[in-house]
Design a protein. Structure first.
Length: 323
């Protein structure tokens, strides 16, 4: 249905990347995206134990024969994992595609990635970061506008402006996202010149995503007004689902709270636990596209519907053109 440099580069059916997600992008989620025809991205940062990381890679390969990727995390973290150790395991297990994301391009690891014959896509939020990643040898660039769920950086550029700017600034294929809630958004990002799209928020509602059903139900009722930016005071701005936890974090930040005061609300352990409870969901990254997400569906149906809607949107636009 869609043929782009991204579908060719990664050998996937749909030009859809299933955004990596802290605590959620485990083996089941990753395999489900790939098996559905997109590219699933396992979050290596979920695995401090390299034995469990290796097992997750084996699990994915057992669940799907299709291509998948692994994210290497370059965001600041309290308990930083050595990406070199993750890369050792990835090379050993034959991972073919790497995604890097965070506050810098993976200059220190690109040599190893290339030597192992892996493809690299780097995710960022601005033109200069995209150009930097291309200059060190990234095979594709992912950019997300600040509507997106998760880290937004500090530039605050919308998807509508950022994607074409990056498309015009690099030669490698671009994957665009931030705020895609349905196939119309997917078609729009492709119209901006991207050759692939990335979604995170929409996939929170996939049946295979390991979030408590009660949280998914509440997300189905959320609108585009139900997200907020937090953690800017720590230089780590995130767009999250607005709830009791995040309103408290924002209140503390406004009072000049230090990291220690915020930790009881934002620590990884607490966040992870809350995802499994019928609670307020804790600090759950979530983009403005949530206002367009209304139904929990199996991943295969979700991706099929998305691609179908995008195709319908493109046909509708075509009909607007007189012969
Ligand atoms: C719950 C959640 C967790 C995420 N965790 C990460 C992460 O650990 N690393 C990362 O690079 N991106 C992370 N993201 C961002 C996604 O991979 C993707 O870039 C983003 O969700 C796309 O924008 P959208 O949410 O508007 O679709 C996360 C997103 C969500 C919704």
């Amino acid at each position: 249905m869609f043929k782009t440099r991204i579908t060719e580069l990664f050998g996937i059916q749909y030009p859809i990347i299933g955004g990596t997600m802290m605590h959620l992008a485990m083996a089941d989620y990753t395999a489900a995206v790939s098996e559905a025809g997109g590219l699933g991205v396992l979050a290596s940062a979920n695995f401090k134990d390299m034995g469990l990381f290796r097992q997750a890679l084996k699990d994915i390969k057992q669940k799907t024969q299709k291509p998948f990727a692994v994210n290497l995390n370059f965001f600041p973290a309290l308990n930083q994992i050595d990406n070199n150790l993750s890369l050792d395991v990835m090379i050993d297990e034959g991972v073919r595609i790497v995604e890097s994301s965070g506050h810098r391009a993976p200059e220190d690891l690109i040599g190893r990635v290339k030597k192992a014959g892996m493809k690299l896509m780097h995710k960022c939020v601005g033109v200069r970061y995209a150009k930097k990643a291309e200059s060190i040898g990234a095979d594709a660039i992912t950019v997300v506008g600040y509507e997106n769920g998760g880290a937004t950086g500090t530039l605050d550029i919308t998807t509508l402006c950022l994607v074409p700017r990056v498309v015009d600034s690099v030669k490698v294929p671009v994957i665009g996202g931030g705020g895609i809630g349905d196939g119309r958004g997917m078609a729009a990002v492709l119209a901006l010149g991207a050759e692939g799209v990335i979604l995170g928020t929409k996939l929170l509602l996939a049946a295979e995503t390991p979030l408590h059903p009660e949280i998914k139900k509440r997300l189905c009722e959320a609108s585009e007004l139900d997200t907020q930016l937090i953690l800017r005071s720590l230089g780590n701005t995130h767009r999250v689902w607005k709830n009791e936890t995040t309103l408290k974090v924002a209140e503390l930040e406004a009072k000049g709270a230090a990291l220690e005061d915020l930790l009881p609300f934002i620590s990884g352990m607490i966040t992870k636990e809350k995802f499994q409870q019928a609670s307020d969901g804790g600090m759950l990254a979530c983009g403005q596209g949530i206002g367009l997400c209304r139904q929990v569906k199996p991943m295969a149906e979700l991706l099929r519907d998305l691609a179908g809607e995008a195709q319908a949107a493109l046909k509708r636009l075509n009909r607007l053109l007189p012969d």
